[in-house]
Design a protein around this ligand. Sequence first.
Ligand code: PPS
Length: 589
Amino acid sequence: MSFDDAAHGGPLKPLLVDNERAVALKREAVDLPSWFLTANQVCDLELLLNGSFSPLTGYLGSEDLESIYENVRLADGTVWPIPITLGVNPEFVKEQGLREGARVALRHPEGMVLAVLTISEVYEPDRIREAEAVFGTADDGHPGVFDLLHYGHAMRLAGPVEGVELPPHHHFLHLRQTPTRLRELFRNTGSEKVLAFQTRNPMHRAHVAMVTRAAEQVGADILIHPVVGATTVGDVDAVTRIRCYQSVLHYLPERTRVSLLPLAMRMAGPREAVWHAIIRRNHGCTHFVIGRDHAGPKHRKTGEPLYGMYDAQELVARFADELGIQPVPMEEVVYSKSAKAYRAASEVTDASDILRLSGTELRRRLRQGAEIPDWFSFPEVLATLRKRYPARNKQGFTVFFTGLPSSGKSTLAAILEARLMEVQDRPITLLDGDIVRKNLSSELTFSKEHRDLNILRIGFVAKQITKNGGVALCAPIAPYAVVRRKVRDAVAEDGGFLLVHVSTPLEVCEARDRKGLYAKARKGILKGFTGVDDPYEAPDDADLVIDTSQHTAQEAVEIILKELDRERYIELKDTDEEFPRGLEAEAHA
Ligand code: PPS
């Protein structure tokens, strides 16, 4: 193979303009409507601009999407599995009067103009249909579907983009190569065959064994090409993983390179695998490892895999002739006790000879500071992971109460704050619904939109507190399930998160009516009051459900403390119990 310009569907197509044009575009952008890109949109734009998404020249419109949904191809017949689109708010379209022919400045969240879009179509996507076609389901237990339905925008703009500059990066710059640069490096170092390995996880011994084996099979050099844009909920953060990749290089064959790919994954399993292959083809690689369940997530609630183990390998095989890159399907590798080495699963016939450690078990051991066997990973990788994920008693956490007005949230939060002061020494911040409404969210109403914004703000603060090792106790009504989940996902990246549903029945809350608001709502003086004429979506993902009509507030708080102890965020001693045995005995004496 020669490292010419050939890429997927034609020559490599970076979309960056020359300096002179870039200056002109920046000048023009001053008078253009500005769309501030989300973090995931920045990833998509970077890969459009640097040629990773060749042959795309911009954001796709409805005709291409139809064809992608139906045939895994663009309207012109080129294989393309994933919609690359620009979602915007309907208000933005309306306020700016956007239609075909208009131009829009695409800005980094920090304000820089990265590209200018010329609109060829403004359309409202059918996101349910897209979910079913691309992900095979519209169930938002699939993380890609969740993002599409709950973070995606209701309108889209299609059209070609002219790139002004690539988004800035500030760390690991020496590991960030564009397709053009990687091709140059391969050419200069005489790499005729390059096998790319996609990953969104730290590499342990099994991964190293698998990629080494695959490279030997096809006689290729190796490119470790990890995704460092958005991956999925619960994944190890990119910086920690990059440290891990660097530290395993010396366990890999000499001609192995690491380069970072700022891709926003969709977790679309089989279609995602085809997309990953195209992207690697565009980076000049000749071979691509497709493992079991490639880019396949698990269902959020059931924990079940959403795709068949070999679906991705099959779909890639179907298009292999048109991808210009050789898929290398790999079997699972397992550790054989007798051989003291990793082997393809089919080579180890005696099941009792196999040692395994699941991802869940690994996370449990990290959490508890428990031993992780040497056969599983490298000391360097484990040391990095242990630093990033200290045992739970050293991490921050958030307890998030949700429930109807007067259900007891504030009371429980206040007592919990006091008890936590007694039994542990992290600093504690109480974000009570009423207090937040007077300070952080003083301008907000009780519309759905404003309630969600209120909860996102509380979540944002809780995340910072948790990340810095503190305890955040949040006690808003938080009536909507989707935004509660967004908060959980965000906080859990940085520490613990416990959702407590204060499930006190409406009649009891109303009878208490501590502020007289139920009475006002029943009289129609107060409109849109939760539980009366505004909805409350009871959680189905609560870590604890507490009905304060069945427990005293003190008992309820002891239940929460026990749960925090069981999860190892705190360590209760006998003397931390509310009525230590000695005192109780005295009291009865
Ligand atoms: S939300 O939905 O989570 O944003 O609500 P929150 O900020 O927690 O509400 C704080 C308190 O505002 C009072 N209040 C109302 N609640 C619900 N609906 C309406 N329309 C409303 N208007 C005022 C109510 O007393 C909430 O406090 P709690 O502690 O729940 O009683």
